[in-house]
Design a protein around this ligand. Sequence first.
Ligand code: MCA
Ligand code: AMP
Length: 507
Amino acid sequence: MANPLYDAVFGLHAGNTRALITDPLSGYTLSYNDFLLLGSATATVISDAGLAPGDRLVAQVGKSVNALAIYAGCVQAGVVYLPLNTAYTPSEVAYFLGDCGASLLVCDPASAASLEPITTKHHAALMTLSADGLRGSFAEAVTAASSSFKTVVREPDDLAALLYTSGTTGRSKGAMLTQQNLLSNAQTLCELWQFTQDDVLLHALPIFHTHGLFVATNVTLLSGASLVLEPSFHLDRAVTLLPHVSAVMGVPTFYTRFLSDERFNRALTESVRIFISGSAPLLAETHTQFEARTGHRILERYGMTETNMITSNPYTGERRAGTVGHPLPGVEVQITDPDSGQPIPDGDIGIIEVRGPNVFKGYWNMPDKTAAELRDTGFFITGDLGQRDNDGYISIVGRNKDLIISGGYNIYPKEIELLLDQQPGVEESAVIGVPHADFGESVVGVLVGQAHNIDTGAIQASLGESLARFKLPRTLVIVDALPRNTMGKVQKNVLRDHYSDSNSPLG
Ligand code: MCA
Ligand code: AMP
């Protein structure tokens, strides 16, 4: 094959007049063929902007058909796609742009003025695309561009995307994802979850993360199904759309929000054949309540940016609440002792490690980090703690990495602690995640110092200048000292127990 990912996911639909994008409420549809033409015009623009195969394009744009076409255009042009959370601040974007050596940034017209000095500094071009995908220099160029583009030849091991995942040291790492990583995973999931061209997927996830970008989009495209492409998850609209769709993919927050709506019941979900959950733990209680209300058993699966999807509950067999199911076909999972790295018996708790065609190539320009997390044997050390039962179902019981997952977004405490430690009056800090009914976990910052020397409002404002809002601590508390063990290590578990009720917003 000339370009395995493009040919399998996009190219095979040339001439297909069925709907790829559909809005059952307004009647809008966009055919596969028209989307491919849009993707090819986008590839022309990318190539005309001077990007060669292997160059990086960074996109920080709202979710739209045209934004999705940037992904298609990059794959067709052999350019490495790097999507960014729209909530990231200019200082966060500056890091990604500089680290990956991007050639082009596509951003919202409203952000152009604040991002222009950054692109100038890093010698990258800047083009704009509005959140609806219709305005901006990039949109204009696509409208004027030829939709005839010769697909660039790529090897299975060539990079298709670079997705940044925060690091325990506070420095984000770019996970290098190859064509083969993305394609193999999509093919496996498509088959396992039995997607066909008759499916209509409610797509309300962001398209800058693996879940909404690769899992949802690639699986739909591979199977020839349709997408209801919502800009974001709005409960009222999602409830109205449910009778028109056959599949839903979401983070647990979607499901707890559905359950909070009294219209959500068996009749409303009759046309849906599959509800899939991932990116964060789904409480067994949510699983049970969901079944009682609708008769559906949510299918929970587990994945990571570096590995794509790793495990899934079965489509036809028992979907076991509180577990993430079995390793996907072709994917190996071993559970190892955190100290020795040796595999441990079923039932024991250890680190989940994974090997297979889904596992990334390494971290961009970080050979040491790659070597520390990707073994010579090919196993990637996830940092999640899990156990396997006698029937082969895997449960995630905790994390061996200091990570907070809020509404499906990963937040690394270290990144916030480094900033808190620099604030006036703060001697040191610890950032923890505490239970939150809507987001699963929310962020609490524990500051050491004297209350009269610390202005929490000013700290919050200062953090907001450099951190995306979803990372900001919802609560800041001041203490005399942090609890430490005999080795001097901060006991975050003690803090988590103590502040488990502190998830109210700051006043
Ligand atoms: C928004 N806010 C949040 C979050 N989202 N705060 C904490 N955690 C969040 N996840 C804040 C905003 O900053 C804002 O705060 C306020 O909440 C309202 O913002 P809004 O955008 O209206 O929020 P929302 O529409 O209610 O969004 C919540 C959401 C969204 C629908 C849960 O966060 C979401 O779509 N999450 C999905 C993330 C995802 O796709 N993860 C997959 C990662 P303020 O008022 O202060 O400004 S991929 C992955 O994990 C692996 C590979 C896997 O296995 O899938
Ligand atoms: P990310 O770095 O955004 O790719 O997030 C990956 C992390 O999300 C994993 O290492 C897990 O800690 C977590 N995760 C993903 N799916 C699940 C799940 N079904 N249950 C619990 N945690 C999950």
